[in-house]
Design a protein around this ligand. Structure first.
Ligand code: MG
Length: 283
């Protein structure tokens, strides 16, 4: 690869080392992305989010070329597959989707979903939320039931940031009463069982596939554990490259990034450029 192309695809030495390792031995490479905000543009109604077709197609190109491609998302696995059309994209025939931060799984190869039953506490919290929102005088908060989690979205409130601040502590207390935790995101609080995150999901997949070079891309606070895991893998002799899909709403990940791209179209361009390098590499 030329110096120029390497510099465009990774701004750090660690990122460039990962690219070199990926190009040298693509069979042991893992390329995994978050869904919302990374492969799919953020929209006001999370139920109508649709993947960027170019981003998914570019991931499909990599699917032909590297050992493993995956999506690691807070969404239910089935929702990500449907919204991404992931069962219809060329090159994704071997992909893995880890949903609900790794609790759920879809294997494209078999078409099989592995979905454990949801915890009863989630239903109890959902039943209590309308009264809490009424008590706080908040309108416009959108509840998203994700079976194992509940998202409270403030994007459609008159003052999204103000509503988020008003909700944070009461929601934390409600979750705690039911033995659940709260994960903050971009204009969203997510109530879910504690102790599962994308870092655990990424590590388990890396170990299962025997991956040696690991690319992970995300855009939001929920991706931080996976970023930390990917960096920790470097201490264990692996290489990793962190892609941040940047947006105006969240830049907390940018300081950890090996490359920053401009939203899902930027992810599409990055994946395509890596696929170009892989296809052009000497045999
Ligand atoms: Mg995201």
């Amino acid at each position: 690869m030329t110096e120029t192309s390497a510099a465009e695809l990774a701004r750090t030495d660690e990122g460039r080392a990962c690219l070199e390792a990926l190009l040298a031995d693509p069979a042991t490479a893992l390329v995994a992305f978050d869904f919302d905000g990374t492969l799919s543009p953020i929209v006001a109604d999370p139920a109508s989010a649709v993947a960027d077709p170019e981003a998914v197609a570019a991931l499909g190109r990599l699917g032909h070329l590297v050992g493993t491609v995956a999506v690691i998302t807070g969404r239910p696995a089935r929702t990500a597959v449907e919204l991404g059309g992931l069962d219809r994209v060329a090159g994704l025939e071997g992909m893995v989707v880890l949903g609900q931060y790794g609790i759920e799984r879809w294997d494209a190869e078999t078409g099989e979903f592995r979905i454990p039953p949801p915890p009863a506490e989630i239903d109890d919290v959902e039943a209590a939320l309308p009264a809490l929102l009424a008590e706080l005088g908040l309108t416009g908060v959108q509840l998203e039931h994700k079976q194992r989690a509940i998202g409270l979205h403030t994007r459609r409130c008159a003052d999204p940031a103000g509503a988020f601040r008003t909700l944070a502590e009461p929601v934390r207390q409600l979750a705690e009463q039911h033995g659940l935790g709260v994960e903050p995101g971009r204009n969203v609080l997510e109530i879910r069982p504690p102790g599962v995150d994308k870092g655990d999901a990424l590590r388990a997949l890396v170990e299962e596939r025997g991956s040696r070079s690991v690319v992970f891309g995300g855009d939001d606070l929920g991706d931080l554990p996976a970023f930390h895991t990917a960096r920790a893998l470097r201490e264990e002799g692996l290489t990793s490259l962190l892609v941040v899909s940047a947006s105006a709403e969240e830049d907390a990940l940018v300081q950890l990034a090996d490359v920053v791209v401009d939203g899902p179209p930027g992810v599409a361009g990055w994946c395509s450029a890596v696929a170009d390098l892989l296809e052009g590499r000497p045999a």
